[in-house]
Design a protein around this ligand. Structure first.
Ligand code: ADP
Ligand code: MG
Length: 170
């Protein structure tokens, strides 16, 4: 198993779906071909809402749905968006069969919901976004954690992008 050293963390709070999607749109500005983004958190925490915001910002016009029956859905945009939802440990084998490294090739960004269970199967560079519930019904806390040198190097840019989009870190 690979050891992933976590060196940088950025936390944002949101109070609405729209705000979560605005954060995702800001995040899209730093996303590059070959990127892997893990979205971790409980059911209803906002992972798919975030993915929708990211998709729109990447120029995807097709509606993004939860890939409950198909493990991976592919959307064409400025970058191709591969959207995976791994919510059962048994899916691990399928994910490995899907050959994540191949998904990461080409002009695409790969987003995996409930990524924690797949971390051992992943390459060393990825951005994890953890979603937790805040005090209010619509409050969510998004914690961005860069793993590996590529994302760590971009973390400073990400802070600037969030500041420009008025989502002040807390
Ligand atoms: P997940 O994919 O993590 O299971 P979804 O994105 O499918 O979660 O669902 C999130 C639910 O929470 C949606 O019904 C959405 O309208 C609601 N919601 C309320 N407040 C927020 C918020 N601040 N950010 C994201 N979703 C929110
Ligand atoms: Mg979901």
């Amino acid at each position: 198993m690979k050891y992933h050293h976590k060196v940088s963390e950025l936390r944002l709070t949101t109070t609405s779906v729209e705000e979560t999607q605005a954060i995702a749109a800001a995040f899209a500005a730093v996303v590059q071909a070959g990127d892997l983004v893990l979205l971790a958190g409980d059911l209803g925490a906002g992972k798919t809402a975030f993915t929708k915001g990211l998709a729109t910002a990447l120029g995807v016009t097709e509606p993004v749905t939860s890939p409950t029956f198909t493990l991976a859905q592919v959307y064409k945009g400025r970058l191709t968006l591969n959207h995976l939802d791994v919510y059962r440990l048994e899916q691990m084998a399928e994910v490995i069969d899907l050959a994540i490294p191949e998904l990461l090739e080409g002009n695409s960004v790969t987003v995996i919901e409930w990524g924690d269970v797949v971390v051992p199967a992943l390459p060393a560079n990825f951005m994890e976004v953890e979603f937790t519930f805040g005090d209010g019904f619509d409050d969510r806390v998004l914690t961005f954690r860069a793993t590996g040198t590529a994302w760590t190097a971009r973390s400073r840019t990400l802070v600037e992008v969030f500041q420009r989009s008025q989502s002040a870190p807390c």
